[in-house]
Design a protein around this ligand. Structure first.
Ligand code: PGA
Length: 250
């Protein structure tokens, strides 16, 4: 049975004190017997304290990025070894903001995926089409290419460490959500694409999250679709009550 996962991508929000406050709220409010694997991704500078804070809880911590190199003269960057050394085993890669604002290409993302997997980290691999791609009915092609060029270089054994996050760019931070039917249609296509390339077992076992304006009001309906295994949550992950409601919608 594949895992149900709700992950909160905090982006560049919350200073040290605010991070601690939100984590305390989540610890208090997320049921200890939740059916979901719950992950939070604070900013780099608050990761170590988040790991410490969440030590005896069922909430896991992810980084929002990692550099592809082991170490070196890369001012401002963070390596996989550094993340692991403070207890972070999960990393979000390929987010549309990294692709669009920081010019991350499929090839670079593939490189980062390789580095993260070599360090035995779990990768939350994000991908999704832009509005113009959907309007020109090119969205399936775009998604297939992102998977092929950014992820499908990995070996079959690596899939245990991969979570997919389909995030249509037009739905991120816009308030506009893909309809549950649109999400299901794409998730089914994604699972089929994984099946064609890696076989049935891997396709059935990989969790595919939906991301893009998931809120307490729409989470239940989206999560009820058979190929949607949870969500990657941005804005609504910054408010404890909203995030907890989304976790509970699983
Ligand atoms: P959003 O962001 O929930 O604010 O749309 C999702 C994401 O960027 O992962």
């Amino acid at each position: 049975m594949r895992k149900k996962i709700v992950a909160g991508n905090w982006k560049m929000h919350k200073n040290a004190e605010q991070t601690e406050d939100l984590l305390n709220d989540l610890i208090a409010k997320i049921p200890t017997d939740t059916a979901a694997t719950v992950i939070v991704a604070p900013t780099f500078i608050n990761l170590a304290s988040a790991v410490e804070h969440l030590q005896f809880t069922n909430i896991e911590v992810a980084a929002q990025n990692v550099h592809q190199a082991e170490s070196g003269a890369f001012t401002g960057e963070i390596s996989a070894d550094m993340l692991k050394s403070v207890g972070v085993d999960i990393v979000i890669l390929g987010h549309s903001e990294r692709r669009a604002i920081f010019n991350e290409t499929d090839a670079l993302i593939a490189n980062k995926v390789g580095t993260a997997l070599e360090h035995d980290m779990t990768v939350i691999f994000c991908f999704g089409e832009e509005l113009k791609d959907r309007q020109s009915k090119n969205h399936f092609n775009i998604v297939e290419n992102q998977l092929r060029d950014g992820l499908f270089q990995i070996e079959a054994k690596d899939w245990e460490k991969v979570i997919l996050a389909y995030e249509p760019v037009w739905a991120i931070g816009t308030g506009e959500t893909a309809s549950p039917e649109q999400a299901q249609e794409m998730h089914e296509f994604i699972r089929e694409t994984v099946r064609k390339n890696y076989g049935n077992d891997i396709a059935e076992n990989v969790s595919i999250l939906y991301g893009g304006s998931v809120k307490p009001e729409n989470a239940k309906e989206i999560f009820s679709k058979p190929d949607v295994d949870g969500g990657l949550i941005g804005g609504a992950a910054l408010k404890a009550d909203d995030f907890v409601a989304i976790v509970n919608a699983i």
